[in-house]
Structures are given as C-alpha cells and as structure tokens.
Design a protein. Structure first.
Length: 762
C-alpha cells in the first residue's frame, strides 16, 4: 500500500488539492453561537417543549438598560431617557416596554419639562412597576425585546442599540451611568471571545510547530510537509462541520485545535521513525519500513482516540455531543492525511533523514540508559504514590459519602464571562437589583376557543398569579393579569382587577378587540384562538434541584387555584423556558463525565486487547492516563475550580489523546519479544518511542496551553488543566509505568541478576 502511495504521490497530492477547495469554502461559513438553547440536544423533551412554546409566543431575546441617577424623575434625567427610548423605538424588530413608554402612550407624548412630576406620580402610584423591576428609588429600567434569530441578527441589533446609547456612554450626565445587561450581550460577548480565542491560539500553536520542527528535525522541507498535512486535516474537518450545517459554540470551537494537535503528534511519531535511517538501506525502502512499523500503533491510537471522542455522543449537552462527533470524523480525515498526503510530501520534498542531517534530541538517548534503573530502584514508591494520588483525585471529583461533596457544577453562562468585564459586573448588579434573572415560563392551555377571555378564567389566573407573587422563590411574576392591571391603572387609576362580576365581564368582553391592537397583551395571550397564555416567573434559581422544587411549588399553587376557581380545571399547565433548560444542563454534566469517560475506557481497553498480547500490559497501559486525569481533578478541587461545559471534557480529551503514548510504548516494548530481558526491552522502548512520546506530549501540552490566554474562564481553565494533565501523563509514562512493569513481571535489571542479594533494598 505504501509503495503504491509513494509511487502515485502526485496523484495523491492532486486528490487532496481537489478536496481542499470545497473544504475551505464551507469551513469559512461556520458561524459562532453560544445561545443557551444550543446547549441541549434537540430531542430532549424540555427543549421540544420550549420550542413549541416559542412557536406560539415568539422567541425574542431579553435585554435591559439601567438608567441610574440620584433622582431619576428630574426633568433633565427624564429628557435624556425619553430621547433614547424614542430612538430605540425606531429600530426594526426591537420592542421597548418601560414605565416611561407606557406613560408616553397614555398621554400621546411626553414633555420632560412639564410632565416630570406627573410621571413621578404615575410610576410610584402603584406597585406594578416596582414588582416588575421597572422603577426603583435611583433606577429607571428600559426593557428591550430583540426579535432576532441567530448570531448575525443579534450582532446587528446590538450594534444598532449601542450606536444609539454611545453618546450617553461617553457623557452620561445628568445620569450617573447607563448599564446594559441581558442574554443577548452575554451571548454576543461569548461569540466574539470564542472566535477571537481561536484566531489567537492557532497562530501561537503554529509558531510552536515551526520552532519544534526547526529544533527537532532542522529542516524547512520537513516543516513544509508538516504544515501541509496539518492544514489538510483541519480544513477538511471544519469543512465537514460547515457542510453539515454545524455551528461553533464556546466548547465545540476546541475541535479544530484538537485535530491540529493530534495530527501534529501523530506526524511526530511517524517522522521520528523515518529520521532514524540506518546505513546500507535506501531512503525509499526505509520510508516504507518506517510507515509499516508505525502503521499499527498509529492506527490503533487514532482509532482509539476517535472512538473515545465519539463516546461523547451519549451526552445530552449538545455542544459536547457535537464536539465528540466532529473530532471523531476529523480524526478519520487525519488518519488519511498522515498516511497518504504526508508520505507523498515526504517523497516530493525529499525530507532529510539522520544520514543527511543529524536531528536534535540525542540527549534523550542518554536518558534511556538511566530510566530503567531509576524506575526499578524506586518502584514501590512510584507505584504506591501514584495509587494514593489517584485515590485522592477520585475523592476530589466524586466526593466521599458523608464527608466530602462532589465537585461543584457551573452552568450559568454569565460565569463564563471575564469577571472584570463590565457585562459581568453590570449583570451581577441587576441580579441583585431584580432578584435574579432565571426565567421559568408557566404555560397554560385550553381546548376551548376564547377560554383566556372568560371572566372566571381570568379571575382564577389572577388568584394563581397572586399566589406566585407571594412565593419566596419568585423574584417577580409577569403575566396577562399584569397587562390587564396596567391597562386599568392607566384608564381608571385602579391597579387591581374588578372584584364584582359585572365589571369583570365588561373588561373581558373588550379583550378580543384589545388583542388586535395591544402588543403587550399579545405577548401573553395567543391572539388568534385565545386558548393559550403564560405567566413568566423570574427567580435566582439556577441549579436542577432548585428548578424541580420551583416546578413543584408552581403546581402546588395551581392545584390550590383550581380548587378555589373551578373554571381553571379545564386548563392544562406546563413549566418551560430557558431557565429550566440551563438547570437541566447542570443535571447532565456529571452523567456526561461518567458515561463518556466510562465508554472511552472500555473502547480504549478493547483496543489494547487487540494490540497487546500480554494481559498485564493491557491493564497497565492505562495507568499514566488515569493518573493524569485523577490528579488533575485533585488540583481542580484544591484550587477551587468547578466543573463546567469546558472542563467536563478534560477527562475524555486527555484519555483519548494521551493513550497514544501508551500504545506506542507497549507496541515497541513487545517488539523485542520475550527472548530479551525486561531492561533491554525498556531501553529499546525508550530509544525508539521515548523521544517521540516526549515531543508529542510537548506538542499536546503547548497546544492546549495556548487556550490559557483566553479571556473566558472555562476555556482558560481547560487549557491550563489539559496541558498539566498531558505533562503528568508523560511523567507517569517514564516513571510509574516502568515501575509497575518491574513489579508485575518480577524481573530485575541485568546487572542485579548477576549479583545475588543485590535486591535487598529499595
């Protein structure tokens, strides 16, 4: 096969060139979107419920401007706020619903110089505005609903809003400040930072690849072969994502870097073997030998890595599932790149071998003579110490019943923002002001046409909403009753629904007509058949148990309301919304870790069953990776880091990538056979695979360390911890692994075999 590839090398290059054109075209079309609804798989019942809800009531994104002033009701302050709102109302698909906008509509305009006191009385004369967090002693809120779909529309809308408020940001007087918060700003920030991080980390890693090639192989021709093979792997991978309509999130943006790093490490394994060209053999014959010699080990490692990442497909967190599938597909492209395109480029570019130009790293050959003796002398310390650290790491990750809780989970998208950024600080400020920003929707439905305009139903929903407002878990509650109370307050000065049946009948009889003109009412009652409505409940609740408790309380209040108002028994209730989705993501994080990690272990162990004939080797081959992962969890716990959508992937990523080293280690350990001593087999392994393992680990570590420059905390932590785990795995490769081999096979170094009693001490 390899003779054929090398002979037809120009055809191989031509085929790859044809593939790269559409790959690059579709790769550049992949967008970035970190919206919360992209974090859960499309088949999840809660996701489908939220989609059905949004199909009825819309899916606009909610943002708020906070105008702060010592006295927000002075004419100068109100004039400035009024000017901003008037400009915002001209932006297409942007809805503004503030206390001032309501007042302006009721008076057919607003003049701050003459109506400021009238507005003060209007805004403070009822508890409606304060309960909705629209007014406070020093704050007037400007809520905005952005009717956008996708990252491009979101960016355009934010740009339009920012253009309007920019003068106020530069010169806020007479305001103290104008703050902007909300999911659209957080998502736009995450999109921009994720994209910026990719653009920053790729050049850093490619610079490292260049330096590594120059130092390790001292050949610009070798460097060019590396860069072309790596570029082909990454381009076809991202092109596949574009063809299938994929969208990058903060997590899945790690895919191209993972492919780049894995491809580079595999090329190092292959080319390091090729460089070791013995005298008396032609370059062509040695190239075929090197490719054949590394084919099984590299194929097994790429296969195990690909299937290990594919195990992430069990996750119900959508970006995690997509990342696993995309990396697995990308590794298939990588396999063909390193075993077709790279050999062809080696031949075309005439990459030099050790006979042409001596490579660096000879110092490592001297190290191989020292490592076997060191690992034997301290074998008990190394093995027992490794096991104790592994046990401590397992307790750090999963806890200990009655003593230590499992590692905390983090799913709030705001925590992914740099804590020094104004978006983070302003959002925390409004969360304190508004009592949280987690939204749960209570969806009420009936089979009867016009049910939501019936007086008895409206009265029952009023009682239900009042019960929700009195619940300690709810920060604010907004529903159709809120709009009706507002309308009555504007028209009659009364902010409660009529208590007598006749007055309530009169109000509801006009609702069908109001639904055709009142946009605010349309937000809460489906206007065509008037069979559906919803009540929005804002809370601080972010965790899954809290959301389950909230849903249980909502159903309890609903049961009480149905008992009091029998008209409600014809309605069905369902809780949905992005708050429930975010909480469910936290519920899936640990199963994602356990299930995907377990599958990866099983798959990689199955690969070892095929590659290794020795049963003990199959078990010990996983020691370095498990040691690195569990110690990494221990470090996370000691430094206060939490599991999130990025760090949850480290276990599978490290296991799926670092096992390459162990496959190459044991493949060459078995090459010498049982006719030679364990020491000679270890020396051969370190000489043939040791240097490649060292530089491949360096590539992995530096590659992921590039993420340490990220401004997003989860990505920064992912980069630091992954790099640390790779280094720990390599240290275990050279210490704990050979120490375990000495113990399992019960052999001694060659020098000690000739000296009886020489093994009396450690």
């Amino acid at each position: 096969m390899f003779r054929f590839i090398i002979a037809k090398r120009w055809w191989v290059v031509a085929i790859w060139a044809v593939l790269l054109a559409p790959s690059v075209f579709y790769a550049v079309r992949v967008e970035q979107d970190n919206s919360p609804d992209r974090l859960i798989v499309r088949t999840d019942p809660d996701f489908l419920s939220n989609q059905a809800f949004e199909a009825v009531f819309g899916s606009g994104e909610y943002a708020v401007l906070l105008a702060e002033a010592p006295d927000p009701y002075t004419p100068a302050v109100l004039a400035r706020i009024d000017a901003i709102e008037r400009q915002l109302e001209k932006v297409p698909r942007l809805e503004v619903n503030s206390a001032l906008s309501v007042f302006r509509k009721t008076r057919n305009g607003f003049d701050a110089a003459t109506q400021s006191e009238a507005f003060r009385k209007f805004a403070t004369g009822t508890d409606l505005f304060r309960k909705q967090r629209l007014v406070d002693d020093h704050v007037l809120s400007i809520p905005m609903v952005m009717n956008v779909h996708g990252p491009q529309e979101r960016l355009a809308m934010i740009a339009a809003v920012d253009g309007i408020i920019a003068p106020l940001a530069e010169n806020p007087a007479p305001l103290e400040a104008l703050r902007k918060v909300g999911a659209p700003y957080v998502n736009a920030y995450l999109d921009a930072e994720s994209r910026r991080q990719s653009l920053r980390s790729f050049p850093i890693f490619m610079l490292f690849v260049i330096v590594m090639n120059v130092v390790l192989y001292r050949s610009w021709r070798t460097l060019l072969a590396f860069l072309l093979a790596i570029g082909a792997s990454v381009a076809t991978t991202v092109g596949y994502i574009g063809v299938t309509g994929g969208v990058f999130t903060m997590v899945s943006g790690l895919v191209p870097m993972t492919i780049l790093i894995t491809c580079t490490a595999t090329l190092v394994y292959i080319h390091s073997r090729f460089v070791e060209h013995p005298r008396g053999t032609s370059v062509d014959e040695h190239q075929v030998f090197a490719l054949c010699n590394k084919f099984l080990a590299c194929t097994a490692s790429v296969f195990a890595t690909a299937v290990g990442f594919a195990a992430l497909a069990v996750s119900k967190i959508r970006p995690v599932r997509e990342m696993g599938i995309w990396v697995a597909v990308g590794l298939v492209f990588t396999f063909f790149s390193v075993f077709t395109l790279f050999p062809a480029l080696q031949k075309i570019l005439r990459t030099p071998t050790a006979q042409d130009q001596k490579p660096t790293g000879e110092w490592f050959q001297r190290l191989t003579g020292w490592l076997p003796g060191f690992s034997y002398r301290y074998r008990f310390v190394l093995v027992i110490g490794s096991l104790l650290l592994c046990a401590a790491g397992a307790v750090a990750a999963f806890g200990f019943p009655g003593l230590i809780d499992p590692m905390p989970l983090q799913v709030n998208a705001l925590e992914y923002v740099n804590h020094d950024h104004p978006i983070y600080k302003d959002t925390k400020r409004i969360e304190a002001h508004a009592g949280g920003l987690s939204l749960t929707e209570v969806w009420l439905r009936s089979t009867q046409y016009g049910a939501m305009t019936e007086p008895d139903v409206i009265r029952g929903i009023d009682h239900f909403q009042q019960a929700l407002e009195g619940d300690e878990m709810a920060s604010s509650v907004v529903g159709p009753i809120t709009v009706l109370r507002m309308m009555r307050y504007v028209g009659e000065g009364q902010d409660r629904l009529p208590e007598d049946d006749e007055a309530l009948e009169k109000m509801t009889s006009n609702m069908e007509g109001l639904l055709k003109t009142e946009r605010n009412l349309q937000h809460f009652i489906e206007p065509k058949e008037m069979r559906q409505t919803h009540v929005a409940v804002v809370t601080r609740t972010l965790d899954y148990p809290g959301c389950m408790e909230l849903a249980q309380r909502i159903r309890g209040h609903w049961a009480t309301a149905q008992a009091r108002d029998p008209a409600l028994k014809a309605l069905t209730i369902e809780t949905t919304g992005l708050g429930a989705l975010q909480a469910k993501i936290s519920h899936y994080l640990v199963p994602t870790l356990v299930e995907s990690f377990g599958l990866t272990v099983v798959i990689i162990f199955g690969t070892f069953l095929v590659v290794f004939r020795n049963g003990a080797a199959r078990v010990m081959a996983m020691i370095p990776s498990l040691f690195a992962i569990l110690v990494m969890f221990l470090i996370m716990r000691l430094t206060g880091m939490a599991l999130n959508a990025a760090t949850i992937l480290i276990a599978s990523t490290v296991l799926g990538t670092s096992e390459n080293d162990q496959i190459h280690f044991f493949y060459h350990y078995q090459e010498k056979g049982k006719e030679v001593s364990a020491e000679e087999r270890l020396r051969h392994t370190f000489r043939i695979a040791g240097r490649a393992i060292f530089f491949a680990t360096l590539i992995n570590a530096v590659g992921f360390l590039g993420f340490a420059s990220a401004t997003l905390p989860p990505i920064r932590e992912f980069g630091l911890l992954s790099a640390l785990a790779f280094v720990l795995s390599m240290i275990a490769d050279f210490t704990a692994l050979p120490a375990a081999l000495w113990l399992v096979f019960r052999e001694k170094p060659d020098a000690r075999k000739a000296k009886p009693g020489a093994d009396s001490t450690l």
